[in-house]
Design a protein. Structure first.
Length: 195
């Protein structure tokens, strides 16, 4: 441990003694940043501070794609509702309800016919009930498969919707900042001045 510490101190001393000279003029030259005058430097600094404020507002309002994926995994369309894409969320949620509801309905019909098939004693009845149970069962499986496909699409699409929401959010925040004006509101309680 002591040897490595001594080695580090020796390397630092060597670099200080024999290293290249640091050119403070090059480092502190404001013209390399586009600051020809002190006034321009202050203006750019003010713009930077304003943009940092806008970024803080954006950071508090933006949505996490990972959270929206989890929301959409639990309830299809929930991630879309969070991203204020209400129509798309309603369509996806409604589609899921219809598909899984239809799957359950056809499965219930198939199980009813299957119970009759198991209780049947005549060959003709056995064959008839089996054929009658098979058709709703296949429809049930088809609806369930379509429901799973829509569910996976909903999870995938929630990422895209969230990214679009965040992009639009930044554009709206920046647009409001650029178009802000002094606004005077007069009401029965008093008046307010907004910048």
């Amino acid at each position: 441990m002591k040897k490595s510490l001594i080695l580090i101190v020796a390397i630092i001393c060597f670099q200080v003694a024999f290293g290249s000279n640091f050119d403070i003029q090059k480092f502190s030259n404001p013209k390399k940043y586009g600051w020809e005058t002190r006034k321009k430097q202050l203006l750019i600094r003010k713009n930077l501070i304003e943009r940092q404020k806008l970024l803080q507002i954006y950071e508090t309002k933006k949505l996490s794609p990972a959270k929206n994926v989890i929301k959409s995994a639990f309830v299809p369309g929930w991630g879309h509702f969070s991203a204020k894409r209400y129509l798309k969320g309603q369509i996806l949620l409604g589609t899921e309800i219809i598909l899984f509801g239809s799957s359950l309905y056809f499965y219930d019909q198939a199980m009813e016919k299957y119970d009759k098939y198991k209780k049947a004693t005549y060959i003709r009845d056995i064959y008839t009930y089996y054929q009658e149970a098979r058709s709703p069962y296949l429809r049930s499986q088809l609806m369930f498969g379509l429901g799973i496909a829509v569910w996976i699409y909903t999870i995938y699409d929630s990422i895209t919707v969230t990214e679009n929401y965040n992009r639009d959010l930044w554009q709206n925040i920046f647009f409001e900042y650029q178009n802000r004006k002094i606004k005077l509101d007069i009401s029965p309680i008093g008046f307010s001045l907004r910048f």
